[in-house]
Design a protein around this ligand. Structure first.
Ligand SMILES: [Zn+2]
Ligand SMILES: [Zn+2]
Length: 98
């Protein structure tokens, strides 16, 4: 996507240098707001984008070491213990039958 043929959101006589990462509006070098190496049309867009990223990191963190994974781990351990017992009983039965 080229910004060469677009004009700034605030200066209709100026060529846009960047597109806002958040709302995709074109802005010139004077209007562009830089945040974390990305370009935005306004501080509001930069903040909104940063907030989205922060939320995503929180979400990822929850998925990684959250309550749900603890439940899954316990379920797996429980299943191993349960089937271990089942297997043990089968062996015991086989030995007893002989
Ligand atoms: Zn924007
Ligand atoms: Zn401008």
């Amino acid at each position: 996507m080229s910004v060469a043929d677009k004009v700034c959101l605030n200066h209709t006589d100026r060529a846009a240098s960047n597109l806002c990462l958040s709302c995709r509006k074109p802005v010139c070098e004077d209007c562009v707001v830089e945040s974390d190496g990305s370009h935005f049309c306004s501080a509001t867009c930069a903040e909104g984008h940063a907030r989205t990223n922060a939320n995503m990191e929180v979400y990822r963190g929850k998925k990684k070491g959250g309550f749900l994974s603890l439940i899954i781990k316990l379920a797996i351990i429980g299943a191993i213990v349960y089937f271990g017992w089942q297997y043990k009983d089968q062996i015991m039965n086989m030995i007893n039958k002989k």
